[in-house]
Design a protein around this ligand. Structure first.
Ligand SMILES: N[C@@H](CCC(=O)N[C@@H](CS)C(=O)NCC(=O)O)C(=O)O
Length: 212
């Protein structure tokens, strides 16, 4: 969705309930996962494949023009699942001890991205430079979810990674990112944490009781 927005591609979006996937969705999504992109009568799946298709078919180009930089960008996009798993492993946990273990475990993955940002040789503010790239689009959703969870958990994790923190701040202030989720995103995200009875949800309930 972010790539569609950055490239100003016209699209319609259909949200589905992942707890009760409709039959039409299961018929078109080979892994039963979102996102799926329908182009005329063709179905594309997997975020990276969709992003690369949009890159090849729509301006502006988000990949760097230089082939070496482009290959490195693809390598960092390939790292997104490790990075997201590390962040998810903090707040998708049932106990405080598991959350703390997830927090500790995440540091090595975040440090790798911190080092990549330090190596870009400029002030960004995006992954490569001053231009939004496919790497920005790939990481933004996970930084966005972590930020919502960490407002409750208050781990302050990213304080130890100033370049990742600054990158996250810029992405989460960007309308192309914030506008790519449902308007009640935070509410939906919290509801999911509560439904799954994650540790973070117990802090949420404490917060709302304290606010009454
Ligand atoms: N590698 C896939 C991962 C997609 C994915 O895990 N989607 C999640 C939501 S973010 C999903 O559809 N989960 C539902 C399920 O696995 O049943 C991609 O990047 O598109």
């Amino acid at each position: 969705m972010i790539v569609l927005r950055v490239k100003n591609v016209e699209f319609d979006v259909t949200y589905i309930n992942l707890r009760e996937k409709p039959d039409w969705f299961l018929e078109i999504s080979p892994h039963g996962k979102v996102p799926v992109l329908k182009v005329d009568d063709e179905i594309l799946f997997e975020s990276n494949a969709i992003a690369e298709y949009l890159e090849e078919t729509n301006e502006p180009r988000l990949h760097p023009a230089d082939p070496i930089k482009r290959a490195r960008n693809r390598a960092w996009t390939d790292f997104t699942p490790d990075f997201s798993k590390a962040l998810n492993g903090i707040y998708y946990t049932k106990t405080r001890a598991d959350m703390e273990a997830g927090l500790e475990n995440s540091k090595v993955y975040i440090q790798r991205v911190e080092d990549a940002l330090a190596a870009r040789g400029n002030d960004g503010p995006f992954f490569n430079d001053d231009k939004f790239s496919l790497v920005d689009a790939a990481y933004a959703p996970f930084l966005q979810r972590f930020e919502v969870a960490d407002r409750v958990l208050k781990t302050g994790l990213l304080k130890n990674f100033p370049l990742v923190q600054a990158w996250s701040d810029v992405l989460l202030a960007d309308e192309r990112v914030t506008g790519s989720v449902v308007s009640n995103f935070e509410e939906e995200f919290h509801a999911n944490l509560i439904r799954k009875e994650y540790y973070v949800a117990s802090l949420l309930e404490t917060d709302s009781v304290a606010a009454e």
